[in-house]
Design a protein around this ligand. Sequence first.
Ligand SMILES: C[S@@+](CC[C@H](N)C(=O)[O-])C[C@H]1O[C@@H](n2cnc3c(N)ncnc32)[C@H](O)[C@@H]1O
Length: 273
Amino acid sequence: MNSSDPYAATDRLDASLLQVIVTRLEARGKHPLFDRMLRDYLDAMQIDTSQSVLDLGCGTGVAARAIARCSAFSGRVLGIDISSALVQAAAQLAEEEGLGDRTEFQTGDSRKLDFADGSFDAVVAHTLLSHIDDPLAVVREAVRLARPGGMIGIFDGDYASLTFGHADAVQGKAYDEAIINGVVTSPRVMRQMPRLFRAAGLQLVASFPYVLAEVGKADFWVPAIESFRRLLPKSGVMTESEAENWAESIFRDSSDGVFFGASNYYGYVARRP
Ligand SMILES: C[S@@+](CC[C@H](N)C(=O)[O-])C[C@H]1O[C@@H](n2cnc3c(N)ncnc32)[C@H](O)[C@@H]1O
């Protein structure tokens, strides 16, 4: 556990760090590999057939907009985030994309929301749980808010596996540990999901494992590294100059064709009995 994870404190970040997060979430959301992982579990949930979807920890609304954009989708998506600034950004991006009539965004804490039991056909949490200190509370809330028979989709990085290559392996391991401690709260939560589903009374329907690895040149990982460069000093796990040196060494590796960056990701789909 780590209380310095900036993603767990987005309701208290200054505007410049929030902009770092907006840029990173939007860049990641547009990457084809990330989009594919999102689509896989949304398809397994048959999200097109839902009339009401709740997107917990919606950030800038990457998942909410992806759902609202589905041609067969005729329902509405409600995105909830702890940060009012991100909620505002999500509403604006949805409006700009012509999705304002199918989406709505509100501030709220995914561990405890005010909606009535069974209010939604489907609930998703896209890269939220790794930033929560009590993930079971969010899973239980998702179960409470889904109607009986409703689908729940949970996706996140298995960030305990996040790693970047480095010329000095010992130094590289220390950097990996600092990054994981600095930007994630529950790095092993995806390994706990089958147990959390069981504890919350959910039936596991499908699981989707991925290794998002890039070798030689960085592409998907570029915006992540750019954001870590700014967020890690905020977390207190690196000084500004350490974070600069780390990011510069990684980008040098990429231009020299010796970059290595990887993390596992998992999508899970469960049904409320
Ligand atoms: C890594 S971002 C993911 C955003 C978005 N789902 C995406 O994948 O692009 C995690 C989000 O969870 C939000 N968050 C963190 N703790 C939360 C909580 N307790 N309740 C609601 N949102 C929370 C953060 O503000 C942030 O927007």
